[in-house]
Ligand binder design. Sequence first.
Ligand code: EPU
Length: 351
Amino acid sequence: MDIQRDVELRPHNSLALAARAAYFVRVENVVEARAALDFARAHRLAVAVLGGGSNVVLAGDLPGLTLQIGIRGRALIAERGDAIHLEVGAGEDWHQTVEYCLARGWYGLENLALIPGTVGAAPIQNIGAYGVELESRFVALEAIAIATGATRRFAHADCGFGYRDSLFKGAGRDAWLITSVTLALSRRPAPVLTYPALRAALAAVPAAEITPEHIAAAVVALRRARLPDPARVPNAGSFFKNPVVSAERARALAIRFPDLVTFPAADGGVKLAAAWLIERAGWKGVARAGVGVHDQQALVLVNRGGGAAALLALAREIRAAVVDQFGVELEPEPRVLGADWQAHDDRAAAL
Ligand code: EPU
């Protein structure tokens, strides 16, 4: 294990933001992770955990120890009938894991193909796409308490999953380092075709003949068409969550905007398409100061060299415009590290 000083994090985040870690270490297993946490404790360093860096906004330098999780490995740990439990190291690439499962005929992850990032990051924001959320394929995870080094197993009920949300973004934020995730898969295909754009993409195939392989291929094609490849155009996927409003509020908005895009949400709420709100407010494709709004998907902000301050300024302006026009507040989806998005607000307000 090699703890380095003053490390440039630009290669370690998909927005390619320049920020420096005072201390940086890549850990390959649980023993190294514990040793790194011991080091942080001994030197009173704050700990930031990085997976693939595809869902963070590095808004400033990180003063403590940044741990990059490189814990690999996949193991089939239980099998009963068609059901399979697969334990995966937190540092494994998510999409490679989807492909690994598909190649073995272990189904359930196909709608989640091509999501950037690592397996360990997946439960933190309960990744979801095209009608499936991670939590529906989740059994348990193993984590180390950052404060003490103790390990703990979290079952599904312990994780507080919600739409793009979990305990690890809320009350358990910065408290746990996830080392492995156990997924529930099945040898029996059970295609999920509830997402309209996915069903439309497979319209040529009769419903009864649609396989998980069809779904994975369609999802990959949809994502490639709409979402910029972070290796070419730095981005963090959706920059905002889709806002969930009451059914009453959604009805009132739909009267004013008959083509409002909505999806049913938990507890009778209604999820609005933030991309639609942003596009309607006139921000799709806007480019300035080295940052911009992607021209194929208004929910994705891109960094063309403008950096974190320009990116967050753009995000705040978009949010204000959407509040103005629709009375709906957008919340950032990626984690903002190194400075607080609110602190930026205060600074902007003071100028
Ligand atoms: N739309 C627009 N303008 C746009 C893009 C979309 O009006 O520029 C409208 C379309 O009518 C479309 C609707 O918004 O029907 C939804 O668009 P899309 O299917 O692209 O999905 P999304 O709601 O914008 C969410 C996730 C994505 C995920 C897709 C597919 C969030 C925050 N985002 O986006 O996840 O891939 O659904 O399930 O929930 C991510 O989290 O980083 C991410 C990319």
